[in-house]
Structure formats: structure tokens, C-alpha cells
Design a protein around this ligand. Sequence first.
Ligand SMILES: O=C(O)CCC(=O)C(=O)O
Length: 479
Amino acid sequence: MAEPVDELAMPELVRLLQELLAQYQDPLFQLQLQQLQLRASVWCASDVRAAKKALAAKVQEPILQRYRFPPGEAGLLELRHLVRRRVAEGCQRVESLANLTRQSLGLPKLEVCRSVEEVLEEQRKQTQEALRCDVLGRVPVHVRASCVERVAREVAQQCISRCHGELLTELLRSGEVPVSAVLSMLTMARKGLPLLRLRRLRLAIVIKPAMSKQQLWQHVLASQPVLLREQFQCPEFLRLGEEAFLQSLGEGTVHVKAKSFMSRKGCPVFMCEPSLKMPFSEFLESLKKRHCPFYLGKAPIATELPSLQKHLDRHTAETDAAGAAITPLELFGGCFGALVPAGVYTYMGAGRNTTSIHFDGYENLMMCMRGKKHICLWPPWAAAQLYPVGESFSCPDGFTRSAVSPGGLRFEELEAEEQARLACYRHAEPLRLTLEPGQLLYLPAGWWHCVEGSMEPNMILNWWFSLHPQKIAQEQDAK
Ligand SMILES: O=C(O)CCC(=O)C(=O)O
């Protein structure tokens, strides 16, 4: 990931872009670009791209060097990084200059003003293309056959169990669920999710004030979501939710999500992995804006916020007055396999920061530390109604995201043309809950979910685990 060029202030960035633009618009440069474009009919696309890149690099190199960027690809990456950050912050001057430079290189405009519904529809269409669907959305026989072969290969390589192989092959042959949903289930099967059992899931969230580890274990085995309302109310622990937003904790830089699209509900939906690096203090400042463009989402705290990690470690070792553990890891960790290698994650944001509908292949203990999180949940088999999207059917961990707009809108709330293309969503009413500070959600692996934060600053901690070996073993018994 590229480091930002912190010293380059806005006026300098604007000057740099103006200089680049002047060079790109030079008639000689445009002529050379056109000549390369003409070669497109005889050269392959990647050769044309490489030649254009080399031509542009001749112009870029001396300018970037003058502005103290590192040479080569690294300098370009940093420039892109800086531009994206300023555009996300709403700097229209940078946005229009960046678009003009892109236009003069024959590139499309930056994607900033599209709605999430448009972006998701494009992803659904791309998925249909990848699966070679016909106009009625039917997958041709040869693609189904390739999927069947792929499932057989995964069984042979022991990536999925034999009974999962039989189940998925049967689903592909019968056409009972869409191919994209079978591919979602293939990803679930690879994580060891007991799919046969999940088919018979009771659709409910178990809500209790507190539970013992043995009680939670029963729900973990059944993949039943659980909301614990009162068990983790230890004030010292919850204070982390306040402290985390204080400058004093704000070490160096953090990686944030910066690419969001507005949903019909008026929430910014963050669609990409965290990729933009910025000082933590500036991230905290941005939370005060009405439209916060950044989301410190999916941040492993050991590397992103080391002092928060230290505070958490201290609490992990402590017990409350009655001698009980005060963090979910201590109390419930035994119900799962290993904690993911990066450790505990956090999501910190504000302004109704939203994560679109997806599932994770990990068991999740999600604890609210500040603000609120409004969550919609659908069971794993709802894949059939949620229009999973993926780039290609051979992508190993694909089809984990849905083309349905987040927020848990009811089918009747969709626009007529959306109802027409997402007709199966009619049967996918979500379970809804709101998570408040000190409350813990056990979100079983494979459950589809979307999450909308409160307007005020909000924060969760996530402990993601692989599945407990006994849970994986259940599948054989379910047959
Ligand atoms: O809080 C969020 O925005 C998303 C959280 C999430 O998707 C998760 O914990 O799996």
C-alpha cells in the first residue's frame, strides 16, 4: 500500500495536476496517443495499454520528481492516493482536474457520484456476464457443467467434504437455486459450514441478558444468532469506546475505507477494503463533518491502533468484582476454533456509515463499544434470494456479496424496475436488531448481514474465529 505524501499541501497538488494536464493536452502528446490508439486493431489490448503507460510515464516522471515523489510506479501510486483522499474529502478543484487529466489520457471519470444501487446493478450484470447468462438470467448448460466439474475437483483436493460435494452437485443439476447462490455455498462449504443442517435453521435471534459458555455453545452448534444484552457492561471496559476516539490514543497513521456510494436511504455505503492511509488525528477530525467520507472499517487493532490493543490486553487479563472475565474472548473463545491471525478488529465511524450485504466465512463475536449499529440478518440459504455477485465462477472465495441494496428495505420499498430484476428478494425478509454499547452479537459464519452505524460516532470490536472442529464434524451426522 502506498504511503501518502504528507508534505504536499492542497495548492501544490493542484499545481501538480495543472502541470500534468498541460503536458497531456499538448498536441504532440495527443498525436502520439492517437497513434497508439490506432494500433489497437493490430496489437493486443495489454500491449496498447503498456505503450500508453510508457508514453504517459515520460511526462509524469520529471513532474513527480520535482514534487518529491519517489520514482516509477511508487510515485504514481502515491499521487493516486493523494488525489483519492482529497476527492473523498469533497475537494471539487482536485476532482475536476483529476477528471480532466484522466479524460485527456482516454480514461473514464473517477467514480464518485454514482448511487450504490447503480454500482450494485453493474456488479449483478457483470456476474451474469461471467456466468454467461442469457437474457432471462439462465446459465447455459456448459457453464453448469463446468461448475459441477469444479465442485468435483474441490472434493478430490479435499477443500470441501464429500457430502458437501454431493449437495452442491445436486443443486447445480436440479437448478433448484441460482448458480451464483451455489457458488456462495461453495465458499461456505470451504470454510466447513455444515450446510445441510443450516438448511433447516430456525429463523430467530436468541435474545438474553447473559449466557454461560455452555449455553452459547448450543447456539454455536446450531448456527443461531444470539444477542446478549447485559453481560459486558463493565464500565472500565466500555470506556475503551470513548478513549478510542481521543487524540491521546491517536498514534501515527491508519488505513481507512474511502470509497463510498450513497444509498437510497441516504447512507454512505463503503464498498471497498481499507486502502487509504491517513493520520489518525485527521480521521478523528473528519468524523465531525456531517458527511464523513472515511470509515476506519475492518481495522486490525494490533497494527492499526497499537495503544488500543494494549488497553484491550489489560482488560483481557482482568476479571470483574464477581471474578468473571470481562471480555468476550475470555468467556466464549472456547466455543470456536482459532482467532483469525490478525487478532481483534475494529470498525470506527460516524454519519450512518454502512456496510453492504455480505457474509463472512468466520464465526463473529461483535461487541458494540459506542453509538449504535442497526443490523439486518439473513440465514445462509437466503443466498438463493440475495443475488450474490462475483467476478468469475473460478474465483476461490467469491460470491460473498449481494447485489441487493443495504438497509434491509422491504421488497415493496424497491422501485418497480428493481422489483423486476430482483424478484426473488420478495422472499427474503431479514431479521433486524440494534446493537448498543456493551451488547454482544454472536453472528454465525455464513449468515448474510448488512450494518448501518448511527449518525453519532460508533464503534464495534470484532473477534473472528474459524469454526470449532466439532461444528465442522456435524455435517457427516446430518446426512
Ligand atoms: O460494522 C460494520 O460496518 C460491518 C461489520 C461487519 O460486517 C462484520 O462484523 O462482519
